[in-house]
Design a protein around this ligand. Structure first.
Ligand code: GLU
Length: 451
């Protein structure tokens, strides 16, 4: 971090946000890209844009009481960090996972500001969630928790104010319960207050598929800069949640072969390619574990309990990796294995899955690397398309929505590539995404005055 002002600002971020390592990591990564921008445009420093960007506009923390099936009162903590609304209402998902802290939500909210700016759509940045663990909970417990969560959060939301969606642990089912409770409390059918809704009640077609498809579209664009495509490529996709699932489907549609995916307890390795339909049935319909998939798939599949997906690249050549599970899941040593294997492109389907050490290894190894805030922006972009459909009381076809998504991903790729070029580092998508996203938000903040 060569720029002295940025250096001292980062010291402030560390001091003012103690004990939030993921937020520090996300802020450092953006700051490292901004030296030249601050030098070229002193007006950003004069207006303290960076300082203001690091301080959320509002942080809400609340108690979420609920009653479990045995009649015991249970308590979780709820969060919503409304980070920046220079470009539009706060927009970003809710994560329900036992690891969620204020620091997690701040890292995700911070990333979301730049990601949402990159989509070119009118959405600000926010994120929320809870340390609630949906695993092992009954349907009714999930419903009671969601209702209690919304009973507190609803007062901060609105289609022009703050529009949550899903993230890890929050899918269509949870959005349904959250929307139901919002509707009940406010007595308004305000479709645009949440995205990721079911297609039958205000949701957008292709929203479920959008994050995974979008990451593959982004990787496709990166590959095209080297005259390559997914056709015939061997791919690893970590995770097996919503993002991973639809990344797998799209890679297969484009002629590539995904040979492995993972969950928190193990890895499945299918040398001839994963069976998408079976995976979808087990993970999405039955909410089962990957071990169940492997059992049903029989001899075509190898299940490795507790194994690391990236070590598969040690055994066989891997061309593309799409880390789509969670933050910091791919470290420096994993990146070295991938580079040695000959990986050409890595696109992040999850938020910040690669550690800073891993990102360095990819860049030294001349690997095309698409950071999450660019590569996984397709989910939130399609959420903004859902908001458009809700505002006009319209409902678009799958084909039209997917084409809009593909076009948005092409534009994001183009703007990252062009910005990296402009700043003298062609092919550096991290720099391109950070600078391009930052500039859009910073210019709006300048125009809106000190607020
Ligand atoms: N949670 C997703 C993300 O990380 C989607 C957010 C949204 O659709 O608002 O971008």
């Amino acid at each position: 971090m060569p720029h002295a002002r940025i250096e001292s600002l980062f010291e402030d971020v560390l001091r003012r946000n103690a004990g939030e390592p993921e937020f520090h990591q996300a802020a450092r990564e953006v700051f490292e890209s901004l030296g030249q921008v601050i030098e070229k445009h002193p007006q950003y420093a004069d207006a303290s844009i960076l300082e203001r960007l690091c301080e959320p506009e509002r942080q809400i923390i609340f108690r979420v009481p609920w009653v479990d099936d045995s009649g015991h009162a249970r308590i979780n903590r709820g969060f919503r960090v409304e980070f920046n609304s220079a470009l539009g209402p706060y927009k970003g998902g809710l994560r329900f996972h036992p690891s969620v802290t204020l620091g997690t939500v701040k890292f995700l909210g911070f990333e979301q500001i730049f990601k949402n700016a990159l989509t070119g759509l009118p959405i600000g940045g926010g994120k929320g969630g809870s340390d609630f663990d949906p695993k092992g909970k009954s349907e009714l417990e999930i419903m009671r928790f969601c209702q209690s969560f919304m009973t507190e959060l609803y007062r901060h939301l609105g289609e022009y104010t703050d529009v949550p969606a899903g993230d890890i642990g929050v899918g269509g089912r949870e959005i349904g319960y959250l929307f139901g409770q919002y509707k009940r409390i406010t007595n308004r059918y305000e479709s645009g207050v949440l995205t990721g809704k079911g297609v039958g009640w205000g949701g957008s077609r292709a929203r479920t598929e959008a994050t995974g498809y979008g990451a593959v579209f982004f990787a496709e664009q990166m590959l095209a800069t080297r005259g390559e495509s997914f056709d015939g490529k061997k791919v690893l996709v970590s995770g097996s949640g919503n993002v991973a699932l639809y990344a797998i489907e799209k890679v297969h549609q484009l002629g590539g072969t995904v040979v492995a995916c993972s969950d928190s307890t193990g890895v499945v390795y299918d040398r001839d390619g994963l069976d998408f339909e079976l995976l979808q049935q087990v993970k999405e319909v039955e909410r089962g574990r990957l071990s169940v998939y492997a059992e049903r798939r029989g001899a075509a599949s190898e299940y490795r309990a507790g194994g690391s997906i990236w070590s598969i690249a040690d055994e066989t050549r891997i061309d593309v990796a799409l880390p789509s599970a969670t933050q910091n899941e791919l470290d420096e040593a994993d990146a070295q294995v991938l580079v040695k294997s000959g990986v050409v492109a890595v696109a992040e389907g999850a938020n910040m899955p690669s550690t800073p050490g891993a990102v360095r290894v990819f860049s030294q190894g001349n690997v095309l690397f698409g950071p999450g805030k660019a590569a996984n922006a397709g989910g939130v972009a399609t959420s903004a398309l859902e908001m458009q459909q809700n505002a006009s009381r319209d409902s678009w076809s799958f084909e039209y929505t997917e084409e809009r998504l593909a076009e948005i991903m092409r534009n994001i790729h183009e703007s990252c590539a062009a910005t990296a070029e402009e700043y003298g580092e062609p092919g550096n998508y991290v720099l391109g995404a950070n600078v391009s996203g930052f500039t859009r938000v910073a210019d709006a903040m300048l125009a809106l005055g000190v607020i």
